[in-house]
Ligand binder design. Structure first.
Ligand code: ADP
Ligand code: MG
Length: 257
């Protein structure tokens, strides 16, 4: 039984990787969690998870020639299985992102929750692949009107591929922002619950610099607590693993709606 959740946004830098690892760690209390850096072009999960020095990454698994098995790029960290992706341009160019579907199918075999740290979905056609593959999507946005509009586009793409919204996570919320107004807009336009409001918090940056997920580095920080609560809001719906794997293997990335 598995549910694959894509953690996505319209643009980069919204906090997807921070959120992916935090949700993963929080859910790992109750579920077998695997986290994969599906942002193969702008990978940064390895820096957040203390894996910057590992030899083998998802890039080696996605190689067109002589790929390594995904197990060789899977690391047990912070109570989860973590599949980091390398950051070199050469690695990216030698990798076939289309192979991601087989890798995800294989990982789905052995997890209750599969979190796909996804690329900024509005960047390119390939970038939307994790959103197509996932059962549902978690959209991470800042609480501003332009960011909301980007988030709604992600919802639109996801819906066009039959992927529902698991929820919206507001990140980097500043005290001076009109959160109430944005939240009421969000509840009108997003077809899923608001999972939480994560404050702007220096602990997030400090955690990244320390190479640790926020929930390991500063579990008592306001941002970590908000992410923990967001994970509790998430109604995980593990489905049939074989069916999920079949869908990944057969998924075709259609043209943009
Ligand atoms: P993405 O994966 O969407 O590109 P990251 O999770 O890497 O985003 O976050 C981008 C940057 O913003 C990182 O330096 C991260 O530490 C910082 N950041 C993320 N969330 C917060 C937050 N709530 N408060 C302050 N900084 C944050
Ligand atoms: Mg990222």
């Amino acid at each position: 039984m598995v549910e694959a959740l894509a953690v996505a946004s319209g643009k980069g830098g919204t906090g997807k990787t921070t959120a992916t690892l935090a949700l993963g760690m929080a859910l790992a209390d109750r579920y077998d969690v695997t986290v994969i850096d599906a942002d193969t072009g702008m990978a940064n999960l390895l820096f957040h998870a203390g894996l910057a020095d590992v030899e083998t990454t998802l890039h080696d698994v996605l190689l067109t020639e002589d790929p390594v098995p995904v197990g060789a790029a899977t690391y047990e960290r912070f109570g989860m299985r973590v599949v980091p992706c390398g950051t070199s341009l050469a690695g990216f160019e030698a990798a076939d992102p289309g192979r991601l579907r087989d890798v995800v199918a294989e990982l789905a075999d052995d997890a209750d929750v599969l979190l796909l740290d996804s690329p900024a979905a509005l960047d390119s056609k390939q970038a939307v692949l994790p959103v197509v593959l996932a059962d549902r999507v978690i959209v991470v946005v800042q609480p501003t009107v332009p960011a909301l509009s980007d988030g709604l586009k992600v919802q639109e793409y996801a819906a066009a591929y039959g992927t529902d919204l698991a929820g919206v996570l507001f990140n980097r919320v500043r005290e001076d922002e009109p959160v109430e107004r944005i939240a009421s807009k969000a509840s009108r336009y997003f077809e899923g619950p608001t999972l939480g409001h994560v404050p702007e918090d220096d602990a997030a940056r400090a955690a990244r610099q320390a190479g640790e997920p926020l929930l390991a580095h500063a579990p008592g920080s306001p941002a970590a607590r908000a992410l923990d609560e967001a994970a509790a809001e998430l109604d995980v719906r593990p489905g049939d693993g074989d069916r999920v794997a079949d869908r990944f293997r057969s998924a075709v990335v259609p043209d943009r709606p």
